[in-house]
Design a protein around this ligand. Structure first.
Ligand code: LRH
Ligand code: MN
Length: 436
């Protein structure tokens, strides 16, 4: 992306500057106080603030429209009508948080008439394109063969061929957009014992992945996303991290495992899965969200912030152990059914910054000593101390230094952006691209 060009701003920069000026004094005070606290623990606040300022997470294009469930969807005001509206909304989130410089598109929901024009619009708004997502879990109008009984693992070669071709098409679009990753989640599975041969279905899936891999440019990565259930409720072809690791290892170095936090049974120790995939050299990235029961797609850090912290604790620990080749793609994957999606996505990006900052405040040498000495309470308290540290001044300082808003939601509400969208975007019957 050409960083010299001036970026078109959706929110008046003056409004951000004025709001920040009001908060700057308190922020300086709180930041200095936190800096002293952290220094007493032998850590440097500036090192953490710089790392948080460099942290970026991709916004799911399907997340800026109001989501819903099978029981209904209650559209909000000024819904994005198409991918260009979605980019505008993503630009607002990035301008106010400074933490979301890329957008993850989903095809065909975001199928562009002109990929070049879409890329140029992204650049104008200061946005790049993260992993593209294929969709072989819905049948599109005038699609020849149905995915009712699966896609990449379907018993019929022609259906697998159609699904592979769709993924190659997504890679093509991604190349035109300057992306270098594709995320492949499939809904393939069974609702009845006996309906599907577990091993043969998995073999067909891996064979299809190989065909997609063969279409990847050399520097691209393919992320495969496991999920325990839904829409299949007896068996899912890529059901868990073990299946994902087997498939990624069978498919080769360009195939990596993506962890969607909501794709596990309740109470599964996800941070342990993260540690294993890092050890296997196969952790490629995340779909961050939160959940309590199933794939609830709730806002990251809204239900179980300690679990989010423990995931980031594994990532920072790997950095500290200088694990080679760890290159992670962070993305949000949420459904905003009752909030303004822009507010939810801004706050979720900030919650990721919070978990990262807290994980950076763990004294790893000390923790290592406590763990080696089996000082159970000492070790667990060292983690708790970092998790309970109020790092809000660090995230606010990181935002203000990037010219973003110290209080993104307050500036967003003061901007009247949503009301303007309500006026400029006449409400639509069918919503252009989302889960429901
Ligand atoms: C599947 C999933 C996948 C996306 C979809 C929108 O549950 O997490 O990542 O393709 O949501
Ligand atoms: Mn996901």
């Amino acid at each position: 992306m050409d960083t010299t060009r001036t970026v078109e701003t959706k929110i008046d920069p003056g409004l951000i500057a004025k709001a920040n000026a009001k908060l700057a004094g308190d922020l300086e005070h709180d930041y200095a106080a936190l800096g002293k606290q952290i220094a007493r623990a032998g850590l440097e606040i500036e090192r953490v603030t710089d790392a948080v300022a460099r942290f970026g997470v991709a916004i799911p294009s399907w997340g800026v429209g109001t989501g819903g469930t099978r029981f209904g969807r209650f559209p909000g005001e000024g819904e994005p009508r198409h991918v260009m509206d979605k980019l505008d909304d993503c630009a607002v989130i990035n301008q106010l948080t400074g933490a979301t410089p890329t957008v993850s598109l989903h095809f065909p929901w975001d199928e562009p008439e002109d990929a070049g024009a879409l890329r140029a619009r992204g650049e104008t708004l200061g946005l790049g394109f993260a992993a593209v997502n294929s969709n072989t879990f819905q049948d599109q109008k005038n699609q020849k063969l149905s995915y009712k009984f699966g896609s990449l693992s379907h018993t019929e070669a022609a259906v697998r061929e159609q699904a592979v071709a769709h993924n190659l098409h997504c890679i093509d679009l991604g190349k035109k957009l300057g992306a270098n990753e594709i995320t492949v989640w499939i809904a393939d599975g069974a609702n009845f014992p006996g309906q599907q041969h577990a091993t043969r279905a998995f073999e067909r899936y891996i064979e299809s992945l190989g065909r997609i891999r063969d279409g990847l440019p050399g520097h691209w990565r393919m992320m495969i996303e496991h999920k325990i259930a839904e829409p299949a409720f007896y068996a899912t072809v890529l059901q868990d991290w073990g299946s994902s690791l087997m498939a990624a290892q069978a498919t080769g170095p360009q195939c990596m495992c993506l962890v969607d936090l909501g794709h596990h049974a309740p109470n599964v120790n996800i941070e342990m899965i993260v540690a294993r995939l890092i050890q296997a050299g196969k952790l490629g990235g995340f779909h961050f969200n939160d959940s309590r029961y199933g794939d609830d797609d709730l806002d990251a850090g809204s239900i179980n912030p300690f679990r989010l912290f423990l995931v980031f604790n594994e990532l920072v620990d790997a950095e500290w152990r200088k694990v080679e080749g760890l290159k992670l793609s962070h993305m949000l994957d949420q459904s905003h059914n009752v909030t303004d999606p822009i507010e939810s996505l801004m706050i979720s990006a900030v919650e990721l910054q919070r978990a990262y900052a807290q994980a950076l405040l763990v004294d790893r040498d000390k923790l290592d000593r406590l763990q080696s000495g089996n000082d159970v309470m000492g070790a667990s308290q060292e983690l708790k101390r970092a998790f309970t540290r109020d790092v809000a001044p660090i995230m606010a300082m990181a935002r203000s230094r990037r010219g973003a808003a110290i209080d993104p939601v307050a500036v967003y509400r003061a901007s009247g952006y949503r009301a303007a969208c309500a006026k400029n975007r006449p409400a639509q019957k069918n919503f252009g691209g989302g889960i429901v």
